[in-house]
Design a protein around this ligand. Structure first.
Ligand SMILES: [Zn+2]
Length: 183
């Protein structure tokens, strides 16, 4: 636990950081007693958040890296499935697309180029089908709107109303899946 006193601060606050752990931010004038009482009053919150952080760190450190064969197998699977999903959604959005490429990347789930070519990460095969659809729809919608404007998301949601639900899934689990990429 780290206690940081600051002159500008008027109230006590808690923070949990991956490296430092628990940080208590305290006004300069707060007494030791007040600080102790504050920590004590928030015991449950602290325990819960420290535990959640530990779990996240464990999940990240125990990643099971994919072998080259496994990556190839995922790419083959993606080549079978993703073009079919693109073919399904493109007419719903009213867009025409170029080539579809499956990549193994650690940074992006999908992208599209000015030439209307689409790229998808083979790691999508480790996510639920709805996540794959949400990424496919996102990239296809960019062929209409090359930005993340309200109009862009309106298009996305029109053809895939559960978009935010599955993007939420990806936000929660995506990092751990990306970490499995070798190289
Ligand atoms: Zn985008």
């Amino acid at each position: 636990m780290k206690i940081i006193r600051s002159a500008k601060r008027k109230t006590l606050a808690l923070q949990i950081k991956p490296r430092e752990g628990l940080i208590v931010r305290v006004p300069v004038c707060a007494t030791q007693e007040q600080v102790e009482k504050f920590i004590n009053d928030h015991k449950d919150w602290i325990e819960k958040h420290l535990k959640a952080m530990e779990e996240r760190q464990q999940e990240a450190s125990s990643v099971d890296k994919l072998s080259m064969d496994e990556i190839r197998a995922l790419a083959d699977e993606a080549l079978m499935l993703i073009p079919e999903r693109v073919r399904h959604y493109a007419p719903l959005l009213g867009v025409k697309y170029g080539r579809i490429t499956i990549r193994n990347q650690r940074s992006r789930w999908g992208s599209c180029s000015g030439k209307k070519n689409l790229n998808f990460n083979c790691l999508l095969m480790l996510t639920p089908p709805e996540v794959i659809d949400s990424v496919v729809v996102h990239e296809l919608a960019h062929l209409k709107e090359m930005n993340h404007s309200e109009r862009f998301y309106a298009e996305v949601l029109r053809v895939f109303p559960d978009y935010w639900k599955w993007q939420g899934w990806l936000k929660e689990h995506g990092k751990a899946i990306m970490a499995r990429m070798t190289g």
